[in-house]
Design a protein. Structure first.
Length: 122
């Protein structure tokens, strides 16, 4: 079996964060609910080959610090950027890097940074 790694992000509201990620193209693969009150305590998300787990108990970033950065390999960066730019907080527009990736950066609903990246065509 191939090894799989899923970064875990601790967030203030798992359900709201999972729904936000779904709005930008992630698939919600699974959720866990706490028995007594029905709150969502974790969620498993997927975009292409990238898997991310959300867990309750975190706090949002503020203007002075970055709690978490997520680096997602994705296809068609420029198309994805055009679809999202009017709906999300863009940090950096699409650009080519010296290390051979085309990327753009945005903030999620908790002000965590997400980089969408794909290898540049040579």
């Amino acid at each position: 079996m191939a090894e799989r790694i899923a970064p875990m992000i601790h967030v203030p509201d798992v359900k709201a964060t999972a729904e936000w990620y779904a709005s930008i193209g992630f698939e919600i693969r699974d959720v866990g609910r706490e028995c007594d009150d029905g709150d969502v305590i974790w969620a498993l998300l997927r975009l292409g080959e990238s898997t991310v787990m959300l867990s309750a108990g975190g706090k949002a970033s503020d203007a002075h610090r970055r709690e978490f950065d997520l680096y997602i390999y994705a296809e068609e960066i420029d198309r994805r950027y055009e679809e999202l730019k009017s709906r999300v907080d863009i940090i950096e527009e699409p650009h080519d890097t010296f290390y051979g990736m085309r990327e753009f950066l945005l903030r999620d609903c908790n002000r965590f940074w997400i980089t969408f990246a794909e290898p540049m065509v040579r």
